[in-house]
Design a protein around this ligand. Structure first.
Ligand SMILES: Nc1ncnc2c1ncn2[C@@H]1O[C@H](COP(=O)(O)OP(=O)(O)O)[C@@H](O)[C@H]1O
Ligand SMILES: [Mg+2]
Length: 903
């Protein structure tokens, strides 16, 4: 019977009844050991009538078994594996060792878990009960929590229970409930039930104070009320160690012949058959488990030994002599079935006093097998243990680097760095040293200092003996420098990159090196377009590159920097490939680039949807650089569609992230969007502050690329503020930089500025600008020029000429959804005497980003299931959003939807 906990019970009942009618709910319950988490979970089970219950409980020994927890949860659902999206099914099958297939992205397993749970829930509501998640193997916990974060419109209730302090990072972002001790009244009920004789109020008050209401501690004291009086101390020891001490005391009271049997059961993780076999081999009598049962320490049910509490297992294990523990581990290793190599390796490793090449080798194999199933966290621990058991220093170093590598693949950056730090004083073989530097750099790019990453990569490039490796390392350094938007650093790298490419022999190294050289030159304002063009056939021709994740992202940069009509299609094809392979971890980077392409041409709705998805996935996968860039990109888009509040919010988050990591590229975009937003809203003074800040930043960074420059907007703002001289100077300087680069996009913008500041013949520069815009896909810029030109014509009294341009501007702005700008064009048209009917805002602009994502994918002809798989959501969630889309757009069919989105 559960005592107290009324508030918690209500929360659980709400969640359960919601799930019953298809509103998924997740509750993360955390609290200290013994506070009553498992008891609450048992009570919950009683409320789940009509549900199918899936469950897993983490235990210390299973922690290093790849996907042991996930398999326990999903076993009843596996018959449905073939009904989920094939790439997800393959990733899951490989993870659960049902299939030989190659390891997928670790997030693909989470996506597959979600799909399978929701598929299972189509037949009846499903409850997932996870106890002691801090002891689940990490890959399983990761996959289950990924699924939990994305549950929304399915009949699924999920309870994630774990120890406070140890499970907190896992359950971050989930609805949480922190379980604290029982109140005094509940404590009294508990004691009355358990104490052999009535206890006084004074006793109870003292116990409640000492235990903070922890029921396990109360129960221990209630069974032996006099023990408290004996202890006497006023300063309570930390609760868990006090509880452990109680358990130790109780274990020591067991018959000496029963204690080792219980230890065997602990080491065998409660597996009764294994316990029996091990006891036999150690000449112990397994029947002595009955003693533990009588003492209320353990229970034997259904071939399994269950312990009163996990703290008891820990206490018993820790209280045993090391040689005794080691003997038991050795016996378990011998008794395990022949094919259970990984478990044997772990037990053997616990049975050794000194390094042992054979066991180290076995653990190395366990690491390799875990990595092959994408259980990178498990692999990392196995490699680390293998390293510590390696007699030779060379093996030790190789295995520590492998442990660090896998920790990083599992998303455990600090652990990876700590492992690498251990090697700091060791002289490594050249290839291993390069590998270690690359890993450090990868961690720094993603979650540390980007500047440090660039320096590390340059160092690795200088130290490596391989010409191909040098070209690739320098390219990676340039990639970091791109995030830093450091034109000076890029300029320094140009010659080195050129030399490295000349010396490189593999197509991969030459292709990547050439793109990077082109990008470096662009950033430094020293040409570069020719290199980028030369790199395209190299990149496209390499099968090897198409298959490799880093290669793909390089492939994406060239068209984005060149910017021609093919760009969008090429990029989108890559995203579809990544989605088809369920490469969740790759998607934030890819989606960011596609979104950028859409935002810089005429696919704004799609771009907003892509940015939003990139942001969501980057948050889920902990990729802060990608997160910052997509936030900045989205705010940039919102500054143009006039979504003021969203723009400010996203820009602020981007600026905070970028500021902490030196990501000046994103900082530049965010400043630009704030400036352009103010300009659009008619606040030139506020716009001036942001644009000047941006201009100053780019100057300090020696960014020579006129495409990043806000000078065109600055000229507009200065004129509105009446600062004609400065506007004229700025326009001239900008035109010079744009002509030096020689690409039409910036040249067109520069001509627009010259038209704006021209004192007499302004037609020539504006007409030139419009002609140049024709060569670029950026319709918004065309419309800005048309608006500026039209407004000047109107002010010059040439109303008929003005109308032609203002109408063009209005049409383009309206089609793009640039509402504020459309209003400005309409106002100008009004002033020429042409009446413009004001359009009602609504339509696509009224959709939330997630609704937009769903709408875009379905409008492309995907089925609900396909869209769900592409977005890593459940089909029910997709349908839920689709219903909202239909209502908001007042449409009834996919055909109508496709028509609206195309418009
Ligand atoms: N609300 C409660 N009412 C009655 N007994 C409880 C309550 N909460 C916990 N207990 C008892 O206290 C002990 C420890 O609780 P448990 O749920 O195992 O703790 P946790 O899982 O948080 O470590 C168990 O014996 C349990 O039955
Ligand atoms: Mg528990």
């Amino acid at each position: 019977m559960l005592i107290g906990r009324e508030h918690e019970q209500q929360a659980i009942d709400r969640l359960v009844s919601g799930a019953r009618i298809g509103a998924s709910g997740v509750l993360a319950v955390t609290g200290e050991a013994g506070v009553g988490k498992t008891a609450l979970l048992r009570w919950t089970e009683g409320r789940l009538e009509g549900f199918r219950v899936l469950r897993a409980t983490g235990t210390e020994p299973e922690r290093e078994v790849p996907f042991a927890g996930l398999l326990a949860v999903l076993r009843p659902t596996l018959g449905l594996l073939e009904t989920i999206a094939p790439p997800q099914a393959r990733a899951l099958a490989a993870a659960l060792a049902m299939d030989e297939g190659p390891a997928g992205d670790r997030f693909a397993i989470g996506a597959a878990t979600l799909s399978l749970l929701c598929r299972y829930a189509e037949e009846a509501p499903v409850a997932v009960l996870l106890d002691d998640v801090h002891l689940l193997d990490r890959p399983s916990a990761g996959a289950l929590v990924f699924a939990a974060r994305r549950l929304s419109s399915d009949p699924v209730a999920m309870f994630v229970v774990g120890r406070a302090g140890e499970a907190d990072d896992l359950v971050e972002g989930l609805d949480g409930l922190v379980l604290s001790g029982l109140d005094r009244g509940a404590a009294r009920s508990l004691v009355d039930r358990l104490a052999p004789a009535p206890v006084t109020d004074a006793w109870l008050a003292r116990v409640h104070e000492l235990t903070g209401g922890n029921p396990l501690a109360i129960a221990e004291l209630a069974e032996d009320p006099d023990a408290l009086l004996a202890s006497g101390s006023d300063v309570p020891p930390p609760l868990s160690s006090a509880l452990a001490a109680t358990f130790t005391r109780r274990v020591r009271l067991l018959d000496p012949a029963a204690r080792p049997v219980l230890l065997v059961a602990v080491v065998c993780n409660g597996d009764l058959r294994l316990t029996g076999a091990v006891c036999a081999s150690l000449a112990l009598d397994v029947a002595r488990l009955a003693d533990a049962q009588h003492a209320g320490l353990a229970d034997v049910v259904g071939g399994e030994v269950t312990f009163r509490h996990p703290l008891l297992r820990a206490a018993l294990y820790r209280d045993s002599a090391p040689e005794e523990r080691m003997a038991v581990h050795a016996a378990v290793a011998r008794a395990l079935p022949g094919d259970d190599v990984d478990r044997r390796a772990w037990h053997l490793s616990e049975s050794l006093w000194a390094p042992d090449a054979g066991v180290a080798e076995m653990l190395d194999g366990a690491g390799e097998r875990a990595a092959a199933r994408s259980a990178y966290a498990v692999a990392s621990t196995a490699y680390e243990r293998a390293a510590r058991l390696s007699p030779g220093l060379d093996d030790l170093a190789v295995r520590l680097v492998a442990a660090a590598d896998n920790a990083w693949a599992a998303g455990l950056g600090p652990r990876a760095l700590a492992l690498l730090d251990e090697l700091a004083a060791t002289t490594l073989a050249p290839e291993l040293a390069t590998g270690a530097l690359e890993l450090r750099a990868a961690i720094a790019v993603r979650s540390g200092s980007v500047r440090e990453a660039a320096a590390l990569l340059e160092r690795a490039a200088a130290e490596t003996g391989s010409a191909d490796a040098r070209a690739v390392l320098l390219a990676e350094a340039l990639h970091a420098i791109l995030f830093l938007a450091d034109g000076a650093a890029a300029g320094r790298l140009v010659d080195e990159l050129t030399r490295a490419v000349a010396a490189a022999t593999s197509t991969r190294a030459r292709a990547i090196g050439t793109v990077a050289a082109g990008m470096a030159k662009v950033l430094a304002g020293r040409g570069g377009i020719d290199d980028l063009r030369a790199a395209v056939p190299l990149l496209a021709g390499s099968e090897e590159l198409r298959a490799d994740a880093r290669g793909v992202s390089w492939l994406m940069y060239a068209p984005l920097f060149i910017r021609d009509a093919q760009t969008g299609r090429e990029l989108r094809a890559r995203v579809d490939e990544a989605r088809a392979r369920a490469g969740v971890g790759m998607l934030p980077g890819l989606l960011f680039l596609v979104a950028r392409d859409g935002a810089a041409s005429d696919s704004w709705a799609r771009a907003a949807a892509d940015y939003t998805e990139a942001i969501r996935l980057a948050r889920d996968t902990g990729q802060t650089a990608e997160l910052a860039m997509s936030l900045a990109g989205l705010s940039w888009l919102e500054s143009r569609t006039g979504q003021e509040a969203a723009c400010r919010m996203h820009a602020a988050e981007a600026l905070a992230l970028c500021g902490s990591r030196d990501i000046h590229w994103g900082e530049a975009w965010a400043l630009f969007s704030l400036g352009d937003l103010e300009l659009a809203l008619g606040n030139p003074a506020a716009a001036l502050v942001h644009l000047r800040e941006l201009d100053g930043l780019l100057g300090r960074l020696c960014v020579g690329d006129p495409d990043l420059s806000p000078r065109a907007e600055l000229v507009d703002v200065l004129l509105r503020l009446g600062q004609v001289d400065e506007a004229t100077r700025t326009a001239a300087a900008y035109a010079e930089a744009a002509d030096a680069k020689g690409q039409p996009w910036a040249r067109a913008r520069a001509r627009r500025c010259l038209g704006l500041v021209a004192t007499s013949d302004f037609d020539a520069p504006f007409l030139e600008a419009l002609a140049l815009h024709e060569e670029t896909p950026d319709r918004f810029e065309t419309a800005r020029t048309a608006l500026a030109y039209g407004a000047r014509l109107r002010r010059a009294g040439r109303r008929v000429d003005a109308r032609e341009h203002l109408r063009l501007a209005l049409d383009v702005f309206a089609a793009l959804g640039a509402e504020v700008w459309a209003d400005q064009a309409a106002t100008e048209l009004d002033l020429t005497g042409e009446r413009v009917p004001r359009r009602a805002v609504g339509g696509v602009a009224s959709l939330t980003p997630q609704e937009l994502q769903v709408a875009v994918l379905l409008a492309d002809g995907r089925t609900t299931r396909e869209a769900a798989a592409a977005l890593f959501l459940s089909p029910k969630t997709v349908e839920y959003h689709l219903r909202k889309v239909y209502t908001k757009l007042d449409i009834r069919s996919r055909e109508e939807l496709a028509a609206v989105i195309r418009r």
